[in-house]
Design a protein. Structure first.
Length: 754
């Protein structure tokens, strides 16, 4: 995390309103502006908060320095803390700077490769009306950032200041404009020759050969080129400072060779692009030609506008003189003439003001249409308009570091058309293209991999996978969290995407999910055919069959919705779990009561005398409340009961109960509910765990054991459940490979009865 102050070049130009307007402007991008937060204001709207801050700043008339503090908090690529964490980080840093009681407006920006927060702080105290300027603020911000990185698990950086102010400004120039700074050019091309100079005369000659000049400024030395751009000599190297050079060469002697300034230098500094992995010479020539043509166009348009404005002003003045001459020749009373002169003067002022307004708007339009852009901004504009070479030049820059976090990459054969549902939002200076997917999700593409923001839906994930398969190949590699990979597998299976995963486990899971969906569709089709063959079912009217249920097999949304709603998406689910199609009420008996007869003593019937009476528990006969059907083991074949040992054949109903419970937990977790991950118990879960209670699911009793953030579920019988009541939730337990739960001081409890 990088925290720094953005300084204004001219304190008089600093404006709280202008800064607030900039940080809260979306600039026509859907992805730029995140949460906007107002702190220590009585107003809830940004416009009224700005007026409130300006009124407070007007109370301090003595301070001549900047009254607005611009704070920038930037995170590493791939880091996206939660909104609550961002608020805490902002509050902690402002408190460290002493601005906890001051008014501030903050805005989260997401239109670059690094998530960052802009904070506009009013340096005037709301009660004392004094200005607060933190002493050595860079040190305070570095200490606060180091603590926050540890607390929130962010990437740790070295916050010790190791560069001078000139070096930092040169780095900012190169990152912003994409061209090499004068300081970097001198270090790379001239510093070695400067160090070899044996006298002041030789040093001046060496500098003239490079198109530079060394002169005094204040108490030090500066190096200046022929265009007036200068840097401190001590910023180039410590041995180039005035004190060090005087120790080596004696007292400073200015250059005396006036004629040498006219000679053509052997080399000269030119603002060229910084080093890149691609040859950008042709692009840079096109950039310079376009900028030169734009400068000529702007100059000519400005000249024409100035001429038009002059003519309009002269026409207004001429009309004013004509009106005054007409009034002078009128034979009217002096009072009426004075009134007419006043009206003529007002008319002239209105015409001149109208001409000035038109001139201001025209000059602003000319400036907007012919804006001189930096090299990196020009490349970004061309890339946003579809220029592939400009996009590759941005991605080939040394500053481009690539996407991190939850990413999707592909290799092999490219397949499928590119999705049309992705809308390009913007392009960053690193060459990352930002798209808007369905559900307002953000998809980023850096030319090698695709990144999807956390918390996105399966529909956005399917679009990201389609884009990766189209651009990079159908063999997909995933990096990121387990939840991100799980979402990718489910989206690929539900949408039937023609891709494969490089991870064997993920590919096996995708195949299993597709098989489950295919089986489900076949079962649905079979059920619909049976309903159509049986007249009078489904809608309760004889001779007419119910219309088949509309369900898209091509769209992934319906398939994935049913897959997650039923909960039967766990690998190895042996049975189809879903809602039975029972039709309308009264047309058919429940599935459990079909094709069998019940005796009268099996029916739980309670009589209500009249409609105004209420059925109370005492009105229910005891034999009806406690009545249960008798066992029918004598007519059944021997089957394995729930609770067989690990490795033995498992009961289908018990396994289905475990799968249903795990599926129900996973569906809630995907909706954003803060619950741990549930899995079916296997031998590789581990021996040490914590007891997490028992549950009932689909008529079966389940035991829960927790290890870390994962809860394992295993089926147990009624006797085992009664024994587990002696254990408290959170007590340590140990599991044996055969499914037995051991507690210290208590006999081993079998997780599965014999």
């Amino acid at each position: 995390m990088i925290v720094r102050r953005v300084a204004m070049k001219d304190p008089k130009k600093s404006s709280f309103a202008g800064l607030s307007r900039y940080i809260t402007d979306s600039q026509g991008k859907a992805e730029r502006l995140g949460e906007v937060r107002l702190t220590n204001f009585a107003s809830d709207a940004v416009d009224w908060a700005v007026r409130e801050a300006e009124a407070l700043q007007a109370h301090n008339t003595r301070a001549q320095s900047d009254k607005t503090y611009h704070l920038l908090i930037s995170f590493a690529p791939g880091e996206s803390p939660a909104p609550e964490a961002l608020r805490v980080i902002e509050d902690r840093i402002c408190t460290a700077l002493g601005y906890q009681e001051h008014q501030r407006i903050s805005a989260v920006h997401r239109d670059t490769d690094c998530l960052h927060i802009h904070v506009a702080i009013n340096k005037i105290h709301p009660k004392r009306h004094t200005i607060h300027e933190p002493l050595r603020d860079f040190k305070l911000m570095g200490e606060a950032a180091a603590k926050l990185e540890v607390e929130f698990g962010l990437q740790r950086l070295d916050h010790a200041g190791r560069k001078s102010q000139s070096e930092n400004r040169a780095d900012d120039l190169e990152r912003h404009s994409g061209v090499q700074s004068l300081l970097a050019w001198i270090k790379a091309e001239c510093l070695g020759e400067f160090r070899c100079a044996k006298s002041w005369h030789e040093l001046h000659a060496t500098m003239r050969s490079a198109g530079l000049a060394l002169r005094l400024q204040g108490n030090g030395l500066v190096i200046e080129d022929d265009k007036g751009c200068s840097v401190k000599a001590s910023s180039v190297a410590r041995e180039m400072s005035k004190a060090q050079l005087e120790k080596k060469l004696g007292p400073f002697t200015p250059s005396s060779d006036k004629g040498a300034q006219i000679r053509q230098p052997a080399k000269r500094y030119e603002a060229k692009p910084i080093r890149s992995r691609l040859d950008t010479s042709r692009l840079y020539e096109a950039y310079k030609a376009e900028q030169d043509a734009m400068a000529v166009t702007r100059s000519e348009a400005t000249r024409l506008e100035r001429s038009r404005y002059t003519q309009e002003v002269e026409a207004a003045k001429r009309a004013g003189r004509l009106r005054r001459a007409t009034i002078k020749l009128m034979g009217d009373s002096p009072a009426n003439k004075r009134l007419l002169y006043l009206l003529s003067s007002r008319k002239l002022k209105d015409d001149l003001q109208k001409a000035r307004n038109h001139n201001v708007l025209a000059r602003q339009r000319i400036a907007n249409e012919n804006t001189q852009r930096a090299w990196a901004d020009w490349l970004r504009l061309k890339a946003a308009n579809g220029h592939k070479d400009a996009l590759e030049a941005l991605r080939a820059r040394e500053a481009s570091r690539g996407l991190r976090g939850n990413t999707v990459a592909g290799e092999g054969i490219r397949n499928g058309p590119e999705t049309r549902m992705l809308v390009q939002d913007s392009v960053t200076k690193q060459g990352t293209v930002i798209y808007r997917a369905v559900g307002n999700a953000t998809v980023r593409d850096d030319g090698k991999r695709i990144q999807l923001e956390s918390g996105s839906r399966a529909s956005a994930m399917a679009q990201a996978l389609r884009l990766a398969a189209h651009r990079y190949g159908t063999r997909i590699s995933l990096t990121g969290t387990a939840d991100f990979k799980e979402l990718a597998v489910r989206a690929a299976a539900a949408a039937r995407l023609p891709i494969t995963f490089a991870d064997a486990a993920l590919e096996q899971r995708r195949i299993a999910l597709i098989q489950f969906l295919n089986q489900r569709e076949r079962n649905d089709e079979r059920t619909q055919r049976q309903r159509q063959r049986r007249p009078g079912t489904g809608d309760g009217r004889a001779g007419r069959s119910a219309p088949p249920r509309e369900r898209s097999t091509r769209g992934f949304r319906g398939a994935l919705g049913e897959l997650m709603a039923t909960g039967a998406y766990w690998l190895g689910s042996p049975s189809r779990i879903g809602k039975p199609n029972i039709g309308r009420a009264g047309t058919r008996p429940p599935p459990t009561n079909q094709k069998r007869l019940r005796n009268l003593h099996q029916l739980a019937v309670v009589r209500i005398a009249s409609g105004s009476e209420v059925l109370l528990p005492r009105d229910v006969p005891d034999h009806v409340e406690q009545r249960h059907p008798g066992p029918d083991h004598h007519v059944r074949r021997p089957v394995d009961r729930p609770g067989v040992a690990v490795g033995a054949p498992k009961s289908t109903s018990a396994t289905a109960a475990v799968d249903m419970f795990v599926a129900e937990r996973d569906s809630k977790r995907l909706k954003g509910i803060d619950i741990p991950k549930y899995i079916r118990y296997t031998d590789d879960f581990g021996a040490a765990a914590l007891y997490a209670g028992t549950r009932r699911s689909a008529g079966a009793t389940l035991a829960l054991v927790k290890r870390g953030d994962v809860v394992a579920v295993l089926e147990i019988d009624a006797a085992t459940a009664r024994r587990l009541k002696r254990i408290k939730v959170g007590d340590p337990v140990s599991l044996t490979p055969d499914g037995a739960i051991r507690i210290k001081g208590i006999k081993a409890i079998k997780g599965r009865s014999r």
